[in-house]
Each structure stands twice: as structure tokens, then as C-alpha cells.
Ligand binder design. Structure first.
Ligand code: NDP
Ligand code: GDR
Length: 411
């Protein structure tokens, strides 16, 4: 075997080649919020990135279109010596082992970031079996594929775990050692995924880590998660495109960070010598009501809450966020004795059968061991989201003013 040596080290030529070769990463869920930010981050680091996207009846690559070049264009560009990003897309699905095995066999990745999931907690109560299939068995399928293909020593695995595991919180703030108490089919599925990741690490020596991430948001957050629902709706209300924002539990508290900060952490976790699990959070907590107020301030709007000034008459208890009423009056959409209709109304349809009332993370371990701390503040996050949604609403308003139809509004 040929070797290269200097005073302190001797390495094989194969190892030397390996160390300067471009790393390959597979991202499941690349079309989602985190997938898009992570793909951009890894491409900037010089990775060859392979994304797995599922088949949908409409295009689902909006969030990554700016990173992707059509193969035909690349051929033309290479004739002109134009650089292009190393992003490749493959069709696959978390519920389909054969597609996952085939893609991993073809790519032989150094790192896998498993971000794909049915990620909506409320939807998981409506589709519990599908959620378990994609969110619990999906990660198992990838870990098994690593074994089947003999990639245990080569490929590092990141599992997108979640603060929802803490659910009915047993300790404040929550950290890596806090006991779990999941409160939804989504969280129960993610609990399985968490432990199967730990088990495959211990049983087969796979470099596998859980990132226990608290809520993180951005201008490309899915429109039905509460933060984006708020910024999008307020921007549209401001421009007369929408009348009212219907929300569920206004008292729920979350530790909200920015997705851009959190994907850096996902990468850092796979660069350590030993695989470990980390909780990622900001250490600051706000309620849904606080988020509405912060977005309204950013957009120079005054919020009229449902029931404002009418508590004593037994309509909605101001901002209670619960389906109880003061003195037995009808609870839902009662006519309000106010001259102006409210901007924010509570709709019990958005309450969950079991709720996670409060989450607050302690990211000390990530700070100490990885030197990580979030750079983007809550205020900056809200401002960025609100301003981006205002731009989008301005576009829609222009389209509408010129007599064209804008996209349907769905909550
Ligand atoms: P998104 O909902 O934005 O993205 C989910 C991604 O998974 C999308 O690309 C989606 O595809 C894909 N997907 C869903 N089901 C399947 C399937 N059966 N097969 C293949 N792909 C599928 O989530 P986020 O980006 O916000 O979150 C990323 C991961 O992190 C998720 O696993 C989530 O549960 C977890 N997480 C998120 C947190 C957050 O606050 N954002 C916090 C903690 C954990 P499509 O685009 O076609 O819908
Ligand atoms: P969450 O996020 O359930 O924490 O899961 P979401 O934004 O959906 O809800 C946060 C809190 O807001 C309350 N809420 C509403 N939620 C939604 N979606 N719509 C409403 O109208 C509404 N009104 C009040 C909720 O009851 C809840 O308490 C997110 C997802 O990204 C998960 O995938 C991830 O694992 C966790 O964050 C950490």
C-alpha cells in the first residue's frame, strides 16, 4: 500500500484523496423550509447535494428553484465554462424503502440529513397512521438502508428530532436530559424516530445524531404554521385582501428561532468526533399573542382582538385562547357589539385534542461543546417574516387591482 508521510502522520493515498474529495450529502425533505436553507448552506460549503423530493401533482420546488439548474442548461453552461451549483434531485418517498435504498446506493453519501416528515402537529391528529409511517418508520428505513448497503462506517446520519418530544413539560427549561412526554401522533412518531436513531448508534456503531430542535421559522415557513399564518394574514389584512385572522390557542408559548441559524447547527452536529444529541433553542419564550403583537407593530397596525371590551357581557374572554365563555353565551362567532369587527378571532377548530402549552429550551450544551448560539433575534425574525409577507401581499394586491385572480386563501 502506497503511503504519504510527514514527521507526525502517515496516511494512505486513498485516505489523502478522500480528505480532499468533495463531500456528498443527501437531504430528505429538501423542498421544505429547513431543506432549502440547509441545501444552500451545504452548497456554499462546497458539498455535492442530493435532495429527495416526492412526487406531487403540482410543482413543489419553489423554495429551492434558485439553487437548481436544469441539466440541459448545465450542458450549455459547461460549454461556456459557467460554474453551476452541485444540486441533484431524486424522486423518493419516506414510505418507500426501495426508492431510499436505490438513491443511497447510487449517491454513497458521507452525510444524510433526514428532514422529511409530515411535520404539522394538528394534521397528525387527522392522519395519525400516515404520520407514523413517514415520521417513525421513515427514519428506520434510512437507517436500515445504511446497514443493507454496508455504509455504517462511511455515512453519518442526522435525525430531525423535535421539542414536541417534551410535550407536557416535566422540567423548565427543557434540555437533552429532560424526560419526554409526547402529546400528539406527530410527537409519538418522532419519539420512535429519536430512539431508533439512538439504538442504531449503539447497536451498529453508526454515526447517528438527534437534533432536538425547538420551533424555528423564516419567510419560507409553511403557511399553516402559526407564525407564518400570522405574518401572512396581517400583511393581507393591511392591504385589504383579507378581513380577519382566525387562530386557536393564543396562550401557547414557544421558543422561536430562525431556520437559518438552526441548519448550521444540523451540520455542526455531524462534524464532531463522536455522535451526540443536542437541544437547539434560543432560551427565550413568547406566546402566540405576543407574536401577533410583534408582527402588528412591525406592520404599523393596531390589532382589534375579538371580545375586546366586552368581557363583562360574557362573550369571548379577551384573548383567553380557550373555548370557555364568561357566562354561558354562544361561544363561536357570536355577533360582537363593537362598531368595528375584530381583526383577530379565536376559532375553536384550531384547538388541538391535546396541546403543548409551553416550551422553552436550554441550548447550553450546544453552546459549550459546539460553540453555537443563535445570531438572529426574535424581533429580527418577526420583522423579516412580516416584511416579506407584505411584499408578497403587495404583489397580490397589484394583480387584483388589475382585474386578475390571486391565489385562493386557505388557512
Ligand atoms: P416542512 O414541513 O417545511 O418540510 C417537510 C419536508 O418533508 C418537505 O420537503 C416535504 O415535501 C417532505 N415530506 C413530507 N412527507 C414526505 C414523504 N412521505 N416522503 C418524502 N418527503 C416528504 O418542515 P420543516 O422544514 O419545518 O422541518 C424539517 C424537519 O424538522 C421535519 O422533520 C420536522 O418535523 C422537523 N422539525 C421542525 C421544526 C420546525 O420548527 N421547523 C422543529 C423541530 C423539528 P413537500 O414539500 O412535498 O411537502
Ligand atoms: P408546533 O407549531 O405545533 O409547535 O409545531 P405551530 O406553529 O403549528 O403551533 C404553535 C402553537 O400555536 C398554536 N396555535 C396555532 N397553530 C396553528 N398551526 N394554527 C393556528 O391557527 C394556531 N393558533 C394557535 C398551536 O396550538 C401551538 O400551540 C412546529 C412544527 O414545525 C413541528 O414540526 C415541530 O416539531 C415543532 O414546531 C417544534
Amino acid at each position: 500500500m502506497k503511503t504519504i508521510s510527514n514527521d507526525s502522520t502517515t496516511i494512505t493515498i486513498a485516505e489523502a484523496k478522500e480528505s480532499i474529495m468533495q463531500k456528498k450529502a443527501v437531504i430528505t425533505g429538501i423542498t421544505g423550509q429547513d431543506g432549502a436553507y440547509l441545501a444552500e448552506f451545504l452548497l456554499e460549503k462546497g458539498y455535492e447535494v442530493h435532495g429527495i423530493k416526492r412526487r406531487t401533482s403540482l410543482f413543489n420546488t419553489d423554495r429551492i428553484d434558485h439553487l437548481y439548474r436544469d441539466r440541459h442548461d448545465i450542458e450549455k453552461d459547461s460549454a461556456l465554462d459557467i460554474q453551476h451549483s452541485e444540486l441533484y434531485l431524486h424522486h423518493g418517498d419516506m414510505t418507500d424503502s426501495s426508492s431510499l435504498i436505490r438513491i443511497l446506493q447510487e449517491v454513497q453519501p458521507d452525510e444524510i440529513y433526514n428532514l422529511a416528515a409530515q411535520s404539522h402537529v394538528a394534521v397528525s391528529f387527522e392522519e395519525p397512521e400516515y404520520t407514523a409511517n413517514s415520521d417513525a418508520l421513515g427514519p428506520l428505513r434510512i437507517l436500515e438502508a445504511i446497514r443493507i448497503l454496508g455504509l455504517e462506517k462511511k455515512t453519518r446520519f442526522y435525525q430531525a428530532s423535535t421539542s414536541e418530544l417534551f410535550g407536557k413539560v416535566q422540567e423548565v427549561p427543557q434540555k437533552e436530559t429532560t424526560p419526554f412526554y409526547p402529546r400528539s401522533p406527530y410527537a409519538v412518531a418522532k419519539l420512535y424516530a429519536y430512539w431508533i436513531t439512538v439504538n442504531y448508534r449503539e447497536a451498529y456503531g453508526i454515526y447517528a445524531c438527534n437534533g432536538i430542535l425547538f420551533n424555528h421559522e423564516s419567510p419560507v415557513r409553511g403557511e399553516t404554521f402559526v407564525t407564518r399564518k400570522i405574518t401572512r394574514a396581517l400583511a393581507r389584512i393591511k392591504l385589504g385582501l383579507q378581513d380577519c385572522l382566525y387562530l386557536g390557542n393564543l396562550d401557547a408559548k414557544r421558543d422561536w428561532g430562525h431556520a437559518k441559524d438552526y441548519v448550521e447547527m444540523q451540520w455542526l452536529m455531524l462534524q464532531q468526533e463522536e455522535p451526540e444529541d443536542f437541544a437547539i433553542a434560543t432560551g427565550r419564550q413568547y406566546s402566540v399573542r405576543d407574536f401577533v403583537n410583534a408582527a402588528a407593530t412591525e406592520l404599523n397596525m393596531k390589532i382589534r382582538w375579538e371580545g375586546e371590551g366586552v368581557e363583562e357581557k360574557g362573550y369571548w374572554v379577551k384573548g383567553s385562547g380557550k373555548s370557555e365563555v364568561g357566562s354561558g353565551n354562544p361561544i363561536s362567532h357570536s355577533p360582537l357589539p363593537t362598531t368595528q369587527s375584530p381583526i383577530v378571532q379565536v376559532d375553536p377548530r384550531y384547538f388541538r385534542p391535546t396541546e403543548v402549552e409551553t416550551l422553552l429550551g436550554d441550548p447550553s450544551k450546544a453552546k459549550e461543546k459546539l460553540g453555537w448560539s443563535p445570531k438572529i433575534s426574535f424581533e429580527e425574525l418577526v420583522a423579516e417574516m412580516a416584511q416579506e409577507d407584505l411584499k408578497a401581499a403587495e404583489c397580490d394586491e397589484l394583480v387584483k387591482r388589475n382585474g386578475y385572480k390571486t391565489m385562493a386563501y386557505h388557512e
